[in-house]
Design a protein around this ligand. Structure first.
Ligand code: SAH
Length: 396
């Protein structure tokens, strides 16, 4: 096994069990290693720090599989890690019996670069690092063994693979395409999942608990759901007894899927739902001009800041929609607002919302802090795993 030797003083993050080693920390590679190969990581005084996947093209030059310098990285290792991740989901009461479930949340489950989402008896994997890519077969075998799923689809077409020198790959790795379209039940609502063409692995599972909360808050309310994608929040609001639900997205195909999802739920009052293909920034301004008001507004925008370098520009965009969100609420209304930007931390997000309410001339209070669902754990040594943060704010 090749050895990756760090520069003097650069072992601190490994001591803290942070899984990433940046290029600037690496002194030299002794021996030969190809992308994804396992290397032994040593401090500059040659103290062993653990074993990692080498990624020569990436700024994240290596990702630790283990901080135990003796642990073998082999098929059995992946079987153990995958089984532990699946067992955690099975042990949590709110996850038991869920048809849509994140089984592996990458670094936070000790498997950097590995995402696995289950939709019924289909599992979708997304491999985003050279190491994950190399161990594809072991990971898939582990998933089949731990879940008994009928089929595994690979959806490794995320842009971040480019940073690792990897091209896109998609297709069936186990079993065959199902005969009928995939769908899941989420909190009593049926949702079709397009694993090949949808965002990420097809759906935003991280918002499951927050969608359920929206349902509980919606009875008798006029709800505005911004960035609705395939209608997850909208359908929960309808199921919860909303008086009206107006949903906005700039993607025609996402809105078509959202309407198809509503049709999958014939007991929901379709006449209370309205769908609008528009840019949310513009639509909110138009509502303001038209004097429209709502009781409950959801703002779940895409990632405006993938990293801290984009934080300032992202902050402006968050502030823009949140000022408008506050202004469009009736007195006593609720704003359910999110950021899924890694580059914007919870503290910064809270400050942006505080400034937004102030600029809107409204006093407001946090009534709930929101985060990703329980199947999206955050490893304590990997705070970057906490990308999704939300606030439920009541506006006077
Ligand atoms: N809330 C959704 C997930 C939202 S993902 C759920 O629970 O499933 C973000 C969505 O924002 C995507 O569907 C994307 O098409 C849409 N989007 C991105 N930029 C937009 C814009 N400027 N205006 C409207 N929609 C936008």
């Amino acid at each position: 096994m090749a050895q990756l030797i760090l520069l003097p003083g650069k072992e601190r993050s490994a001591f803290k069990h942070h899984p990433w080693l940046f290029a600037g920390s690496v002194g030299r590679l002794e021996g030969r290693a190809r992308p994804g190969d396992t290397v032994e990581v040593l401090a500059d005084n040659l103290r062993p720090l653990g074993r990692a996947a080498y990624s020569p093209k990436s700024q994240i030059r290596a990702r630790f599989w283990t901080f135990d310098a003796e642990e073998s990285i082999d098929d059995a290792f992946f079987k153990r890690r995958v089984a532990a991740a699946v067992a955690l989901r099975q042990s949590l009461p709110e996850l038991r019996g869920q048809q849509g479930l994140r089984l592996i949340h990458a670094e936070s489950d000790g498997l950097p670069g590995v995402i696995a989402d289950q939709y019924g008896d289909t599992v979708v994997v997304q491999l985003t690092s050279a190491g994950a890519d190399k161990w594809r077969n072991a990971i898939v075998a582990g998933l089949v063994k731990a879940t008994g799923c009928a089929r595994v689809y690979e959806r490794s077409d995320s842009d971040v693979r480019g940073l690792e020198g990897l091209g896109p790959t998609t297709g069936w790795l186990h079993g065959e395409a199902p005969k009928t379209p995939l769908s899941i039940d989420e909190n009593g609502v049926r949702l079709a999942i397009d694993i090949a063409g949808g965002h990420k692995t097809g759906f935003y599972l991280d918002q499951r608990e927050n969608r359920a909360l929206l349902g509980q808050l919606s009875a008798g309310k006029d709800v505005l759901n911004c960035f609705c994608y395939t209608g997850g929040f909208s359908l929960q609001a309808l199921a919860g007894g909303a008086k009206s639900v107006l949903s906005i997205d700039s993607s025609g195909p996402a809105l078509a899927q959202a309407q198809a999802n509503l049709a999958l739920n014939p007991t929901l009052p379709a006449e209370r739902a309205q769908w609008q293909e528009a840019d949310v920034f513009q639509a909110l301004r138009d509502f303001r001009k038209a004097g429209k008001l709502f009781d409950l507004i959801v703002l779940d925008p895409p990632k405006f800041a993938p990293s801290a370098a984009h934080a300032d520009r992202a902050a402006k965009a968050y502030k823009d929609i949140n000022i408008l969100g506050c202004r469009l609420l009736k007195p006593g209304g609720l704003l359910m607002t999110y950021s899924c930007s890694g580059g914007v931390g919870l503290e910064m997000f809270q400050k942006i919302i505080a400034d937004s309410a102030l600029d809107a001339g409204r006093s407001a209070r946090i009534v709930r802090r929101l985060s990703g669902a329980a199947d999206h754990p955050v490893a304590l040594n990997f705070p970057e795993g906490e990308y999704l943060k939300g606030l439920l704010v009541q506006v006077d």
